[in-house]
Design a protein around this ligand. Sequence first.
Ligand SMILES: [Zn+2]
Length: 292
Amino acid sequence: MANGKVMDVDRLTAVDVHTHVEHEGESTQTDEATRKYFGAGVTPGRQAMADYYRSRNMACVIFTVDERLSGRPQVSNDSVLAFAAENSDIMLPFISVDPTRGPQGISEAKRLLATGQVRGFKLHPPTQQFFPNDRAIYPFYRTIEEAGLPVIFHTGHSGIGTGMPGGGGVRLKYGNPMYIDDVAVDFPDLKIIMAHPSFPWQDEAISICLHKRNVYIDLSGWSPKYFAPNLIQYGNSLLRNKLLFGSDYPLITPDRWLADFEQAPFKDEVRPLILKQNAAKLLGLQSKAASG
Ligand SMILES: [Zn+2]
């Protein structure tokens, strides 16, 4: 019904830059362990997700993660694009291609880009098992940069694998944001979003975001109740145009995140920047007032 509907940017209350389209089959062990870590309930279906965001006049960036490590069933990029197309008034699709796939990964990215629907990329170094500054990945970044699209990197601790034997095979070192600093130097036109408050490397993330004008931080995956004081301090000052609201739906819902954000000591004039304006600018969302 909403197919082909244009996003009314002025009407949006917020833009959630970090949500997951989950598979709709049976839960795996990794799903159970991850939900336990986040204290989350059962994953709602796709229609429920669309209804949730539409009823709140909230836009969301949606994606899957192309990885084989966790053993979770894959959600295809094609199904993410189709889901977003049906809900184009509220959804912005990012694609995820494991960048360690080499030339095959690049052709897959190009095939998806050719649809004209892709709004960005999502990478997950801990489950895709690569250091972001690995030179072997650079041709992949060039493809993203040429497309003029932003890329989200997972950073910091991983909920996936937490509490499982051997952490489910997830090596946390790949989540250190400092490796992204090299990418920001070598691809100065690539817009990079470091996902999550980067625990246990919060200071590194703040420093990179402060130093590199093409790097942003999304605040997903953590309740604002637990944000480090320096993250809030920089968010209120030097990084006020760099922090982005993200939930990590369905593991953390926007309702819960926003209730805790309300209580966190952010300045009133900074809140609309974090909730909507910074993301609107970064994602090139056109307000009617601006486009005439
Ligand atoms: Zn996430």
